[in-house]
Design a protein around this ligand. Structure first.
Ligand code: ZN
Ligand code: ZN
Length: 251
């Protein structure tokens, strides 16, 4: 066992995240740079042009954050529950990291910023570009631009927020945001990491976790999908875990 920079133990015989080739690292770095520049540009455009803030534009800020949180939960739940890590593209880029993350959560802290955020940054670019097309001419269109900017900001940072929630000691300002419930806290996310990993799927602000759990949103959705398709939830994840632990027993 070797401690990493956050003091989390690395267990050498558990699965780890794939090493990122140089070409992919360059792609991730470029995606992050473009996405964050676009986001800054969007924010600057709003600050520069909006002189009076309507209540609709103000509500759009938490509204965008809420949608980003809900989508983070929906995507996380989909990756945990359905599909196979052997699927092309999605299997390697989305499902495999979640499989590894459940068995070896400490390894997530080893991932660097561009590795953690590159895929999301790439997907955010079209959304950010589209947001520039929203005119800032009426209260409604300003609110729409604010909503998309707020959604994009939190969406873009989702994996980073998830990584911060795993740190024993996140940076000071981040701990403040966690403490005041603005982003996902360590304690809230910890609830997800108990097998069979069916609680608190939302990993951005964490605001949707409690209401979604209260109405059993994901378990009901699973039951509906199984009823419609006959597919069994978490089939691939169970196989992944069995393969890892049977390998450990035989080695
Ligand atoms: Zn999970
Ligand atoms: Zn996690």
């Amino acid at each position: 066992m070797t401690p990493n920079s956050q003091g989390a133990a690395q267990t050498p015989d558990l699965p780890v995240h794939l090493t990122i080739p140089l070409a992919t690292r360059i792609f991730y770095a470029t995606s992050c740079l473009i996405a964050f520049l676009l986001l800054a540009g969007l924010g600057y455009r709003i600050v520069l042009n909006v002189k009076t803030w309507s209540w609709l534009a103000i509500v759009a800020v938490p509204g965008g954050m809420l949608l980003a949180d809900f989508l983070s939960g929906l995507i996380h739940w989909s990756a945990d529950t359905w599909g196979s890590e052997s699927m092309p593209v999605l299997g390697k880029r989305l499902l495999h990291p979640f499989r590894v993350h459940h068995i070896n959560p400490a390894d997530f802290l080893r991932r660097q910023f561009i590795d953690t955020n590159g895929d999301v940054a790439f997907m955010a670019i079209p959304v950010l570009l589209a947001a520039f097309q929203i005119p800032l001419t009426s209260n409604t269109s300003i609110a729409a631009a604010v909503f998309v900017t707020s959604f994009s900001a939190v969406g873009l940072m989702t994996n980073q927020i998830h990584q911060w929630a795993h740190m024993r000691k996140a940076p000071g300002p981040i701990r403040w945001l966690q403490r005041f419930g603005i982003i996902l806290s360590h304690e809230a996310h910890e609830q997800h990491h108990y097998p069979p990993y069916v609680q608190n799927y939302c990993i951005a602000t964490g605001w949707c976790n409690r209401p979604l759990m209260a109405i059993r949103f994901f378990s009901r959705l699973e039951a509906l999908i199984t009823w419609l398709t006959g597919l069994q939830p978490r089939h691939d994840e169970v196989q992944f875990a069995q393969a890892v632990f049977s390998e450990k027993q035989t080695s």
